[in-house]
Design a binder for this molecule. Structure first.
Ligand code: 5GP
Length: 180
């Protein structure tokens, strides 16, 4: 536990600028619609909080608990819903807010799940995308940043529940190396 350090990949100012841009774009696209932001827990809670405040059109926020990783850094490929939405989404315009699209398996599963609930539309907003690890190609309608194949933490993203509180996106270094 002792000697990990975190280096900055995307600093807080760059994130803030990009989140404001995404919020403005979403506000234009959803003018007059019944927007529901679905925050995918836990990793998206910081991004959703900032994005919601950058969106000027009326919307409500829902939370969905999903587990796709254990305490390691490799995808299990198994997506488990740990907490469902509190309200139906029938007839509403759903925007899934994800921290990161890695293999694409989580988003693919959520798109299938939500389509069974008859929303007016379902789109995806992801802060980060790692195209190198794609196993399922999914549409990302609003994207913050494309990154290389590195395990990142901060701005809501964890490593064994640590580092979610960092205001930037960073890389963990253990005893001189990176987490893999
Ligand atoms: P996917 O199903 O696309 O492989 O994985 C999506 C989920 O895996 C993300 O919501 C996130 O929880 C986790 N994940 C994928 N890559 C990373 C990463 O680099 N860092 C962290 N902390 N979580 C990741």
């Amino acid at each position: 536990m002792a000697d990990e350090t975190v280096s900055t990949m995307i600093d807080a100012d760059r994130i803030a600028v990009r989140v404001r841009e995404l919020g403005a774009q979403i506000s234009r696209d959803y003018e007059g619609k019944r927007l529901v932001l679905v925050c995918v827990l836990k990793g998206s809670f910081v991004f959703t909080a900032d994005l919601a405040r950058a969106i000027s059109v009326h919307h409500r926020v829902e939370f969905l608990g999903v587990r796709s990783y254990g305490d390691g850094t490799q995808s299990s490929g198994v997506v488990q819903i740990t907490q469902d939405l509190m309200q139906p989404i029938q007839g509403e315009d759903v925007l899934i807010v994800e921290d990161i699209v890695d293999t694409g398996l989580t988003i693919a599963h959520l798109l299938d799940l939500f389509h069974t609930r008859n929303p007016a539309s379902v789109k995806v907003c992801a802060l980060l995308h790692k195209p190198a690890r794609t196993r399922k190609v999914v549409p990302i309608d609003y994207l913050g940043f494309t990154i290389e194949d590195k395990f990142v933490v901060g701005y809501g993203l964890d490593w064994a529940e640590r580092f979610r509180n960092l205001p930037f996106i960073g890389l963990v270094h253990q005893g001189g190396g990176e987490a893999t």
